[in-house]
Write a protein that binds this ligand. Structure first.
Ligand code: FAD
Ligand code: DHB
Length: 389
């Protein structure tokens, strides 16, 4: 079999790239290791930048997002027992959209099916080959049979644990990494969110975040040690802990219920350089990871896809490789700014085991300064709503 672009991974990066290519008349196949149901069940991101929303519009997969998504003009940071508002719209003229990654994935899968483009789920042993030559190909097994797809390009959209980055010889790739000494325990509960906007809380017992998926579904997180086990967190303990970490009036207003999902996510900063190896391109979590605090992971996957799609479109419609040659540099310039912002949000809002009294005083001064300076708040707001592509 032959196609123009083989996309490895059917997360938001792979699905969005596939849809943009299909709409532009560029043939592509998606190979995904997991089942379709498994991909759809993974509960992850929730906050979309305006640029991400525009990309989903460009892909023709934003109708439901505009009907059901929740536009947010601001959010709160809680510390010292009080909530302080960050007026995103007032500071930047932009807002963010709260709409779950599960829904983004579902909308893109629906659009792909409607377009009749091929996705192979439960593809085993997916392997990119000869991407340093003019004739790359990808092999995989499906339902016990071996397959080979010849192509012009391979898009590695297979996330942090994928095969693409690992297929690159070590001498050709540099990695930059930081692992944080904590994780997030996240839950979902079918109760109205405690506030109509998100609340990020810095508290002596640790960070907490109140987010949502809809007016009747809450998504809450608390900072926990990195080796924490979900079994140690029955629902009652979670609700007691998050309420402790919120200002008293907010804690009192919180409605609790049985949780319908509970999971633990580690916090890591990671960047691979470059993002191009001959005819193989890495996009999204395959090339970089941010700690979740700034809500940037999914949005960065989308900005990578923007640059990669533009490069591929230029190649096929104008016969120019200039956009593809510039891909890695363009994408990484934006990635590093989001890495810096996510690192800063993480440092400003969490308790670190080795922080000490001096570190806590500095963190407090940082928060105090933030809410006394329009310039400082604008720095936060313009990064949170997303830097231009
Ligand atoms: P993935 O979603 O990881 O998709 C990769 C796909 O490749 C997967 O389907 C995987 O099964 C497949 N795959 C892997 N290996 C292979 C293989 N060998 N062969 C074939 N297929 C393979 N981001 C935000 O922007 N905002 C947020 O609010 C936010 N909150 C988050 C909260 C949590 C708790 C977590 C865990 C993450 C959050 N993120 C957030 C990050 C966001 O979810 C990721 O950055 C995003 O999923 C990246 O998309 P992707 O398509 O690059 O990778
Ligand atoms: C969500 C996750 C984040 O990392 C964040 O910063 C904001 C919201 C969420 O899952 O809703």
């Amino acid at each position: 079999m032959r196609t123009q672009v083989v996309i490895i991974g059917s997360g938001p990066a792979g699905l969005l790239l596939g849809q943009l290519l299909t709409n532009a008349g560029i043939d592509n196949v998606i190979l995904e290791r997991a089942s379709k149901a498994h991909v759809l069940e993974r509960i992850r991101a929730g906050v979309l930048e305006e640029g991400t929303v525009h990309m989903l519009e460009q892909a023709g997969a934003a109708d439901r997002l505009h009907r059901e998504g929740l536009p947010h003009d601001g959010f709160d940071i809680a510390f010292d027992g009080r909530r302080h508002r960050v007026d995103l719209f007032g500071l930047t003229g932009k807002r963010v959209m709260v709409y779950g990654q599960t829904e983004v994935t579902r909308d893109l899968m629906t659009a792909r099916e409607a377009a009749g483009a091929l996705s192979v789920y439960e593809a085993e042993d997916v392997q990119p080959h000869d991407f340093d030559s003019q004739r790359p190909f990808v092999t995989y097994r499906s339902a016990g049979e071996s397959h080979r797809i010849d192509c012009d390009f391979i898009a590695g959209c297979d996330g942090y644990h994928g095969v693409c980055r690992r297929s690159v010889p070590e001498r050709s790739i540099a990695v930059y990494e930081k692992i944080y000494p904590f994780a997030w325990l996240g839950i979902i509960a079918d109760v109205p969110p405690v506030s109509h906007e998100l609340i990020y809380a810095n508290h002596p017992r640790g960070f907490a975040l109140c987010s949502m998926r809809s007016p009747t579904r809450s998504r809450y997180y608390v900072q926990v040690p990195p080796d924490e086990k979900i079994e140690n967190w029955p629902d009652d303990r979670f609700w007691d802990e998050i309420r402790h970490r919120l200002p008293p009036a907010t804690a009192e207003a919180m409605t609790t219920a049985h949780t319908v999902e509970k999971s633990i996510a580690l916090m890591r900063s990671f960047v691979a350089e470059p993002l191009r190896f001959g005819r193989l391109f890495l996009a999204g979590d395959a090339g970089h990871i941010v700690p979740a605090t700034g809500a940037k992971g999914l949005n960065l996957a989308v900005s990578d896809v923007h640059y990669l799609f533009e490069g591929l479109r230029e190649y096929y419609s104008e016969g120019s490789g200039a956009g593809l040659d510039a891909y890695s540099e363009r994408a990484l310039a934006r990635v590093w700014k989001a890495e810096r912002f996510s690192w800063w949000m993480t440092h400003t809002l969490h308790r670190f085991p080795d922080q000490g009294a001096f570190g806590q005083k500095i963190q407090h001064a940082e928060l105090d300064y933030l809410f006394s300076s329009r310039a400082a708040l604008t720095m936060l707001a313009e990064n949170y709503v997303g830097l231009p592509f």
